[in-house]
Design a protein around this ligand. Structure first.
Ligand code: AMP
Ligand code: MG
Length: 493
């Protein structure tokens, strides 16, 4: 590809504005990059007019083998609390930010390659990625987006032609993702831990320009930045809880300033509703269990607050702590409000009643006791709303208990202003039918390891329109067969 044909109109603010926050670097050479998935709709959103599935040289660009005109590939530095312990030096050990573009809506988006080879931050790792985890991130990120949940996006997946050793030999692969930014809580922690307050300030001003431009120049802008991140992340984790998503590695380096879900590793959706659900093979203590996510997030936000303290009130450390604590203190209420608003919608409720929280919690309690599939339960509640409760009731073993709940729910629905003929349709717009179910994800990833991408494509089609029932996709709405057994996910790094 010649430079005049470059598909990206890069405008690289991070490279330009933040020297000292990254190392300029290039992707590794790999033998035979091949494009296996390409997200045409996203490419259009991003304004990448010249980049198509068939574009000559696309696989080379999207694996990091060639650097397109205008790119300024770099590895960002960051730190982070991993499973509660502080690592002062992490950084992009297997990723490169190749540049930023302005999308069709004028929003700045990072384009990042993941798995493009070692960098100065690889800490002994090989800098590579393999096909399974690359496709897991691709599928789950796109599913989350289709569910309406803020997330980084998957633009492409490329196999490299290399064999990479991970618990056996696996095909090497690179993911290209788009993100509102790759600023993490850990990015702030890196400079704060080194006492480089000026750099924390520079980073905060960059974050403000990018994510909260209305705060630019305001006196209290650092406190307000903290407030905004608390607000975005409270909204985000509520959305996770409403769809049964378990991130799996909620380290502070995997928590964004933008409020997007990032770094899909050993993540999974729950089948049976269970707050104790853990899928990651390395999460022995259940630190990042499904039900722990809101409180872990609050803990992570406290680490951001600490990193910003020296900026919040430079001459008044006690005052800074007090003001930051007040912001953190808003998290619990914000979270609960987002969650309850979402739960009301899942139950078909448009008004608010003081008993709603108990109504929701009673249902979740029954689901937990009886091992009920989370996704099917809410979806079939829509059928119950339309006068056909049998398939909803079939999910439960203790029928008197769920019938009593159904009575309470119907009574509550009657308080709504007008009888709603469209209730089921409205509920179906918030209760997905298709999520990336673990057994279907495994099926797709295993097939892909042997070079068969048909399963991953069908899975993407199903989860790409999660609310809309379509013939031929029945298997994607079913829970795992009993033989599938307990599910474990691996970081795959
Ligand atoms: P993660 O848990 O995937 O968010 O990654 C945590 C840290 O480990 C980041 O600094 C990554 O860049 C680094 N890392 C993960 N996998 C690799 C790898 N294969 N090679 C080098 N660094 C890696
Ligand atoms: Mg990470």
């Amino acid at each position: 590809m010649t430079s005049s044909q470059t598909p990206f109109r890069f405008d690289n603010s991070f490279a330009r504005d933040l020297p000292g926050f990254y190392v300029a670097w290039e992707g590794a050479k790999v033998p035979s990059p091949e494009l296996i998935l390409f997200n045409t709709a996203l490419a259009e959103d991003l304004g990448l007019d010249g980049l198509h599935r068939e574009t000559a040289g696309a696989a080379e660009i999207l694996s990091g083998v060639t650097t397109p005109e205008g790119a300024s590939p770099l590895a960002q530095v960051y730190a982070g609390h991993q499973f509660g312990g502080f690592s002062p030096q992490l950084g992009d050990g297997r990723a490169l930010l190749i540049g930023e573009v302005l999308d069709q809506a004028g929003r700045r988006r990072d384009i990042q390659l993941k798995g493009s080879g070692p960098t100065p931050f690889s800490r002994g790792g090989d800098g590579k990625a393999v096909i399974g985890p690359v496709l897991r991130e691709y599928v789950i990120a796109e599913a989350m987006h289709a569910l309406g949940i803020p997330t980084t996006r998957a633009l492409a997946a490329v196999t490299t032609g290399e064999t990479v050793y991970r618990d056996g030999e696996k095909p090497g692969a690179v993911l290209t993702r788009a993100a509102a930014s790759h600023l993490r809580i850990g990015t702030f922690q890196y400079f704060a831990a080194r006492g480089e307050t000026d750099k924390v300030g520079q980073l905060a001003d960059y974050a403000i320009a990018r994510h909260d431009p209305d705060l630019t120049g305001a006196d209290d802008r650092y406190l307000h930045l903290l407030r905004r991140v608390v607000e975005r992340q409270a909204a985000l984790v509520a959305r996770w809880m409403l769809v049964g998503f378990v991130h799996g590695v909620m380290n502070t380096d995997n928590t964004t300033i933008s409020g997007e879900t990032i770094d899909y590793g050993p993540c999974a959706f729950i089948d049976a509703y269970d707050p104790a659900a853990v899928f990651s093979s390395i999460d022995h203590g259940g630190r990042y269990a499904f039900g722990q996510q809101p409180s872990i997030l609050q803990w992570n936000l406290a680490r951001l607050a600490e990193a910003l303290l020296a900026l919040i009130a430079p001459d008044d450390p006690d005052g800074a702590v007090e003001r930051a604590s007040a912001e953190l203190g808003r998290f619990a209420d914000l979270y609960r409000t987002h969650w309850l608003t979402g739960m009301r919608a899942k139950l078909g409720l448009e008004t608010e009643d003081p008993g709603d929280q108990e109504l929701c919690e009673t249902l979740l309690g029954l689901m937990q006791q009886q091992g009920v599939d989370h996704t099917l339960c809410f979806r079939r509640l829509g059928d119950a709303a339309a006068g056909a409760p049998d398939r909803f009731r079939d999910l439960f073993t203790d029928l008197p208990a769920i019938d009593a709940w159904l009575l309470d729910w119907r009574r509550r629905l009657k308080q709504e202003a007008a009888p709603d003929t469209d209730l089921k349709a409205r509920m179906n717009r918030v209760n997905p039918l298709y999520i990336p179910r673990n057994h279907k994800v495994e099926e797709a990833l295993s097939a892909a390891e042997t070079g068969d991408y048909t399963f991953v494509r069908t899975l993407l089609e199903a989860v790409g329109s999660p609310y809309e029932e379509r013939p031929g996709l029945e298997a994607y709405a079913e829970p795992a067969p009993a033989a599938f057994g307990p599910y474990q996910t691996f970081c795959g790094t």
